[in-house]
Design a protein around this ligand. Structure first.
Ligand code: BG6
Length: 469
């Protein structure tokens, strides 16, 4: 067991999709690995009335679906600590009573119990839920985990922030962006700052462009109504993809602590130029309007491709090309740094594909460096060669057991470490960057499911996108 203070975890949205796919399986895995506090209880909550046993059955099913070789002892122990109480943003009094009763039952002084309030609720009720938590006194001794999108535009995000500040201090708020919990994202820091071959080249003098490409083959999967109110720009771009950009572009932090890493990332966002709507392409896959809970004439985008610039000395004039969408040709999370062709006069550098560093943000980190080399034979012609790093093969599994993104971030929340959570000034700045596109929305181009998006998106990258070329 981890040496953590006693906790009550209150999970709003306990019967929802995220809880079933990620949060309960994540809790199970942490329990199985001995990473939860010795004394803890879980209270699920949601709008609908359910019995404790009904919710335990849902959780059992969710863990069985998500985890191979479930340890029944661990699962039973987790289920034994779980109860359920309905609550709404208007009325949380029963829930507050249940939480207090559960705290009394823990084998410790109530004042020692920390609360982790996880708000997996739709963006439009976040604010009123926060107010309810304040009214019921639940934010005392609490950390609040908030799911993205944090607001739907600059104004609503500021209003949400003000509502959170009414009931909690900034250091109690954990804005979760699960991409930051991915092992591969954190590896960007190691790769870059620990390698003499990469760090000196990580700038506009050596890098021609950066691509952050996150195509997904999946479609709505029952999330039509969420998507109708959010769209791809808010669901993926102003959140996950911009956070990846922040990690790729940041200056070396003074330290790897919470303040230094977030300061370094926030400085990137300060330099991020507000988006130019004429360099943003929106797409919608054919058939989206037939999905459940989607309007017949919906104009919501399911794909975004755009060009961004970080106006600082390191990155001036280097395009950062971001693309993501649903029902695309492949599911990938790929960051590509395309290097400039050296000004050689003796070698025909441009005769084969570019030299690129490619980071695949998979669970097993894969990194590839494409270089030009001499083609064997009597003439001086170039060919492509590849250096490949596959950490899953190179590192002994016993020594290195990565946690999945939500597991890692749940653990960080229990430990009170916000290094890989988003700070309020970052969120505010990212909305300032994205707001021009909301104010002057580009037309939405249709695209074929299973493709790389509309032609305008494909054409946005000078020299082409690495994926799908
Ligand atoms: C979620 C988005 O935050 O991230 C989804 O709401 C998206 O639309 C998902 O599919 C992608 O996450 P991952 O971890 O599967 O890459």
């Amino acid at each position: 067991m981890r040496d953590l203070p006693p906790h009550v975890l209150v999970l709003f949205g306990a019967t929802g999709d995220l809880a079933a796919r990620k949060l309960f399986p994540g809790l199970y895995t942490l329990a199985a690995r001995g990473l939860l506090p010795e004394e803890y209880a879980v209270v699920g909550s949601g709008r609908s009335e359910r019995s404790d046993d009904e919710v335990r059955d849902l959780v059992r099913q969710a863990v069985d679906d998500a985890v191979d070789d479930v340890d029944e002892g661990v699962l039973e122990d987790l289920l034994g600590r779980l109860s359920y109480c309905a609550a709404t943003d208007e009325d949380g009094s029963d829930l507050a009573e249940v939480v207090r009763a559960v705290e009394d039952d823990l084998d410790t002084e109530v004042g020692n119990v920390r609360r982790l309030l996880y708000l997996s609720v739709p963006p439009d009720v976040l604010e009123s839920m926060a107010a309810m938590l304040g009214r019921e006194g639940l934010t005392e001794r609490a950390r609040l985990v908030v799911e993205k999108p944090f607001g739907l535009d600059l104004a609503s995000s500021r209003s949400l922030d003000a509502a959170l500040r009414e009931v909690a201090e900034e250091d109690q708020v954990f804005r979760i962006d699960h991409f930051l919990g991915k092992e591969a994202v954190q590896n960007i820091l190691a790769l870059r700052f620990a390698n003499g071959v990469l760090e000196p080249a990580w700038n506009r003098h050596s890098i021609e462009s950066v691509q952050i490409d996150v195509p997904e083959t999946l479609g709505m999967e029952g999330r039509g109504s969420f998507y109708e109110s959010t769209g791809c720009l808010r669901d993926m771009v102003s959140t996950h993809l911009c956070q990846l950009l922040g990690f790729v572009a940041l200056e070396e932090p003074e330290d790897l602590d919470e303040r230094s890493v977030r300061d370094a990332k926030a400085a990137v966002f300060e330099s991020l130029r507000p988006l130019d709507p004429s360099r943003v392409v929106l797409g919608q896959y054919d058939g989206y309007r037939d999905e459940d809970d989607v309007d017949d004439d919906s104009d919501v985008e399911t794909l975004v491709a755009l060009e961004a610039y970080v106006d600082n000395d390191r990155w001036r004039d280097v395009p950062f090309l971001l693309r993501t969408g649903k029902r695309m040709a492949e599911t990938r999370r790929t960051i590509t740094l395309r290097f400039r062709t050296p000004a050689t006069t003796v070698l025909p550098g441009a005769e084969c594909a570019a030299n690129e560093l490619v980071l695949e943000l998979t669970d097993d980190v894969q990194i590839q460096l494409d270089v030009r080399a001499k083609r064997p034979g009597p003439t001086m012609h170039l060919t492509e060669g590849t250096f490949r790093l596959d950490l899953a093969e190179d590192v002994d599994e016993e020594e290195a057991e990565p946690l999945a993104a939500y597991e890692r971030l749940l653990l960080d929340t229990l430990e009170g470490d916000r290094t890989f959570f988003t700070r309020s000034d970052e969120v505010d700045r990212l909305w300032q960057v994205v707001q021009p596109v909301l104010d002057d929305r580009p037309q939405v181009h249709p695209y074929e499911p299973g493709s790389w998006g509309p032609e305008a998106a494909v054409a946005l990258a000078p020299g082409g996108w690495r994926l799908g070329r």
